[in-house]
Design a protein. Structure first.
Length: 230
């Protein structure tokens, strides 16, 4: 990562520091950093500069270290003795475990489609449409971000804030695995049509077929990632 790229994501965090006031907790700081991972702004292997982050977010060193501890527990960060804190690089075993969890959560959530609000359904459609727009622009990192939003919207069909939070943590770790792959187009170009097929099945009332398409998606994506990470 170049200095300019690093400064860019720090500047974005600095602009958002108004969301973190004096009463903020380390959990809110951790959420800001987790969101930066989900948006693709922080990459695997990147060292997190404690001083720069503290200044960008205007939080104390103790608060920042507690946020680091929380994200280390989530396997997003790793502390290397005498070197500092780094963004973790997921391995093949991590991917297998992540996709096992996603199959349970997202497939279960999809079954709620017939009973959810139109607003919840539209969020799923909008995420696919966003991915298509990024594809037309040739922005494959943007396609990856839209893909994250799609799976968050699927999980939201369950109507559980706890599942939404858990999925956010899982997808942040998955996003790191995407980065390890290298070329975002190579990974995402084959999965956007699958997302559309899932939505098509749901809109047609074919919930079981949508779940099967989602399982196909997971099988392909897991194999794709594991093959490149081994």
């Amino acid at each position: 990562m170049t200095t300019a790229e690093a400064d860019s994501w720090l500047s974005t965090l600095a602009r958002d520091r108004g969301d973190i006031d004096r009463s903020s907790t380390a959990e809110r700081v951790a959420d800001k950093l987790r969101s930066s991972v989900l948006d693709g702004d922080i990459k695997p292997g990147q060292q997190l500069n404690e001083k720069a982050l503290g200044e960008a977010l205007r939080v104390s060193r103790n608060t920042l270290r507690e946020a680091f501890r929380l994200l280390t527990h989530e396997r997003l960060l790793v502390h290397e003795y005498s070197k500092g804190v780094f963004v973790r690089r997921p391995g093949a075993s991590d991917v297998v475990d992540l996709y096992a969890a996603r199959r349970v959560i997202e497939c279960g959530a999809v079954r709620h489609w017939p009973a959810v609000s139109e607003q919840a359904r539209q969020a799923v459609r909008d995420a696919v449409a966003l991915g298509a727009r990024f594809r037309e622009l040739g922005d494959w990192t943007g396609v990856g971000t839209a893909n994250v939003k799609f799976h968050q919207a699927l999980t939201a069909l369950a109507g559980s804030a706890r599942l939404d939070e858990e999925m956010k943590r899982l997808l942040a770790e998955v996003r790191l695995a995407f980065h390890v792959m290298g070329d975002p187009e190579e990974f995402h170009r084959d999965y956007l049509p699958l997302n559309q097929s899932i939505v098509d099945h749901l809109d047609a009332g074919r919930v079981r077929q949508a779940e099967e398409a989602l399982l196909t998606y997971f099988d392909r994506a897991e194999h794709h990632l594991v093959t490149h990470l081994r």
